[in-house]
Design a protein around this ligand. Structure first.
Ligand code: GDP
Length: 296
């Protein structure tokens, strides 16, 4: 664990309280200062930090734990529960269409791990739900993107519907027709990613959403980008109303800033966690586990 990681900083702050039989309000304040610092250093959005601290302090003082048994541990529990609340309480899976094809549209900036996540999500759904999955290659701005999806499709034996670099809207229409004719259960659509959000990309995504009427719109966000991930999520959400986020590259993130900021800043619940380049390193996002990981 890195010395200045959120978990080690929080642990240090907590350690000062454990073993103490009595806490006064100054102890709590001192502790909250440490928690605030460690959250800011973990690149958590400052508004999220403010609410977080206010909620913990209210509970810590309100529950009159100052004189209780093991007050330090009680504060740790309050922090743990608040971490969990901020990240969305319970894991949420895919909402499948019970009569007909389930369509999942993926969105995200270039480099956020979208293509890799599509592969993992496809393999995950096939394994967990025993469903027949197909991909549609509708990121038509970079030939390399289609190539990459094809490579992943071959690797995990999932069919990729592609028509080269024609209009993404047509590819999606044709791909969905093909999926219906070939009895697919789940279709995952890859869409255009850019380095930054721009109007043309957004309009295309809005059009694709209109055509596909997806059951889920999943946004890939790179955990390594900290609170920026939350701001990007907010911009996408305002235009497209995403139903969930896939937090990628968690293997590289020791700080937790993205996980803690996304839901509060953008309103998008994190549904999945992706943590590595192997196709099976993908799971439902469990706020409980993430809270424990952050606390160490
Ligand atoms: P896209 O441009 O959004 O489609 O992103 P890619 O799926 O191509 O991923 C961008 C880069 O990040 C590639 O080099 C991937 O191998 C890498 N990558 C994707 N997901 C993960 C992950 O969970 N962990 C790590 N360490 N690298 C990842």
């Amino acid at each position: 664990m890195a010395e200045n990681s959120l978990s080690s900083r929080l642990q240090m702050a907590m350690r000062r309280l454990t073993g103490k039989g009595y806490l006064n309000e100054n102890d709590i304040d001192e502790m909250m200062r440490e928690v605030r610092l460690s959250l800011l250093e973990a690149d958590v959005n400052f508004k999220v930090v403010k609410t977080f601290i206010a909620n913990i302090k209210e509970q810590a003082v309100g529950e009159k734990i100052l004189k209780g048994l093991n007050p330090g541990q009680q504060v740790v529990k309050i922090v743990h529960d608040e971490l969990k609340r901020v990240m969305g309480q319970d894991a949420e899976g895919i909402r499948y269409n019970i009569n007909g094809i389930t369509t999942i549209m993926t969105i995200g900036l270039q480099g956020s791990g979208k293509t890799t996540a599509i592969g993992k999500l496809g393999a995950y759904i096939r394994k967990a739900e025993k469903k027949k999955v197909m991909f549609i290659a509708a990121d038509v701005y970079r030939p390399a993107a289609i190539e990459q999806l094809n490579t992943i499709g071959k690797q995990i034996d999932i069919e990729v519907f592609e028509q080269g670099l024609i209009d993404a809207r047509d590819i999606v229409k044709n791909g969905l027709k093909y999926a219906r004719e070939n009895d697919y259960d789940v279709v995952i659509i890859d869409t255009a990613g850019r380095l930054h959000i721009d109007e043309k990309m957004m309009q295309e995504l809005i059009d694709v959403k209109q055509i596909a009427q997806p059951n889920e719109i999943l946004l890939t966000v790179d955990a390594m980008t900290g609170q920026d991930a939350a701001n990007i999520a907010k911009s996408f959400h305002e235009q497209l109303n995403a139903t969930g986020a896939i937090l990628t590259k968690l293997d590289g993130d020791t700080r937790g800033g993205a996980a803690l900021s996304i839901k509060e800043v953008s309103g998008i619940p994190i549904k999945f966690a992706s943590s590595g380049e192997k196709m099976d390193s993908f799971e439902m996002f469990h706020p409980e586990r993430m809270a424990s990981r952050i606390l160490g």
